[in-house]
Design a protein around this ligand. Structure first.
Ligand SMILES: NC(=O)C1=CN([C@@H]2O[C@H](COP(=O)(O)OP(=O)(O)OC[C@H]3O[C@@H](n4cnc5c(N)ncnc54)[C@H](OP(=O)(O)O)[C@@H]3O)[C@@H](O)[C@H]2O)C=CC1
Ligand SMILES: Cc1cn([C@H]2C[C@H](O)[C@@H](COP(=O)(O)OP(=O)(O)O[C@H]3O[C@@H](C)C(=O)[C@@H](O)[C@H]3O)O2)c(=O)[nH]c1=O
Length: 309
């Protein structure tokens, strides 16, 4: 017989957000947690049985169907995705499989069990011409990753099961064996190695501490909330400002940070110039309370010290 606890299935649990969700939920007495990822777990083993691990490649329909039949989750928090924006531009088929086909598979399974589908999405569904955005702004992606995440949102919005979309922006934090880096980590590492970096001053974001994003997803899950929620940080900053704040915090050489712009510094996939989110709805309806970027750097710094000790 299944327990009376809220059965939550997390996809992408080897990822940055996935690991933060597992940390936050594994000792929650109201929750029975099923953490899943493609293949083996890269998380610390749950010797104490605080959560279950299940291997699910979400782009494989059979694996998704089997997992849902076994777990019959009340709630799905879907974090898995191909998140390397430049890789998505180069490998469009791989990106579509991971970001869109996977969501079609999960929606079909969630409809069978009437699972509350909490889907994680991105500011990159917008063109960045008039941020910061509210939840009802019109999407218009400028790169393939953004198109794939928009296609996924549209599948979720049509689902015949309760659904919520948590949109977020430029997530930073530290986890084990990370599959992608983030702005604080690459700035810190480059400056420590004495490398000069060019950082743009003409893009704006509201960067998000990974723990805050996990909290936002958990608030949505536990409240059974439905609809779209902006779950990001609250400070609108340029990457250049973020880099300088990172250098200041860690006492690194700011002289290595060269102020650049999107004309001089280009990446394979175009980035939207000014995104950022207005988070009033999540604050009001969910009680979401994210940290400032400077407090977030401090939290990450403490975690780095612990990880290195
Ligand atoms: N990071 C950011 O700045 C932002 C992220 N988001 C969204 O937030 C969510 C979480 O991102 P984040 O945790 O930062 O990203 P990560 O890249 O850290 O984690 C994503 C995880 O998804 C897994 N994954 C990829 N394909 C599959 C698959 N077919 N089956 C199962 N797992 C798969 C990856 O596995 P593996 O590790 O084995 O490759 C990885 O562990 C994503 O949906 C992303 O689009 C939105 C805005 C900003
Ligand atoms: C690597 C690099 C980036 N930048 C800028 C460009 C960009 O706006 C910002 C962050 O660049 P990154 O390549 O680290 O991250 P990026 O891939 O742009 O991050 C995105 O990831 C996906 C998953 C999302 O959904 C988005 O919300 C967004 O956060 O920093 C520089 O100015 N100089 C550099 O050397």
């Amino acid at each position: 017989m299944k327990s009376e606890k809220l059965r939550i299935l997390v996809t992408g649990a080897n990822g940055l957000l996935g690991q933060k969700l597992v940390n936050a939920l594994k000792r929650d007495p109201e929750v029975e947690l099923f953490a899943s990822g493609k293949g083996e777990s890269r998380l610390p083993k749950a010797w104490d049985g605080s959560y279950h691990w299940i291997s699910i490649d979400v782009s494989d329909k059979g694996q998704v169907e089997n997992a849902f039949a076994e777990i019959q989750p009340h709630t799905l928090i879907h974090t898995a995705a191909m998140t390397q924006v430049d890789d998505c531009e180069k490998d469009k088929e791989g990106c579509w499989n991971a970001n869109v086909i996977a969501v079609a598979n999960l929606v079909a399974a969630a409809e069978v069990y009437q699972t509350h589908f909490v889907h994680v999405s991105t500011d990159f569904i917008f063109d960045g011409e008039n941020g910061p955005y509210t939840e009802d702004a019109d999407p218009n992606p400028v790169n393939f990753y953004g198109w794939s995440k928009l296609a996924a949102e549209r599948l979720v919005m049509k689902a015949k099961t309760p659904w919520a979309i948590a949109r977020t922006i430029l997530v930073y934090g530290i986890a084990q064996d990370m599959s992608r880096s983030n702005i604080i980590l690459w700035v810190k590492k480059s400056l420590e190695q004495g490398k000069t970096i060019q950082v743009v001053n003409d893009q704006w974001r509201t960067p998000t501490l990974a723990e805050d994003l996990a909290d936002g997803c958990i608030l949505i899950a536990k409240k059974g909330a439905t609809g779209v929620f902006n779950i990001s940080g609250k400070d609108l900053l340029t990457p250049y400002q973020m880099a300088v704040m990172t250098a200041d915090y860690f006492g690194l050489d700011k002289g290595l940070i060269q102020e650049s712009n999107s004309r001089l510094f280009t990446q394979p996939a175009k980035r939207p110039p000014k995104t950022g989110f207005i988070i009033d709805k999540a604050v009001r309806d969910l009680g979401y309370a994210p940290k400032s970027f400077s407090d977030g750097i401090g939290i990450l710094a403490k975690q780095l010290i612990l990880a290195e000790s």
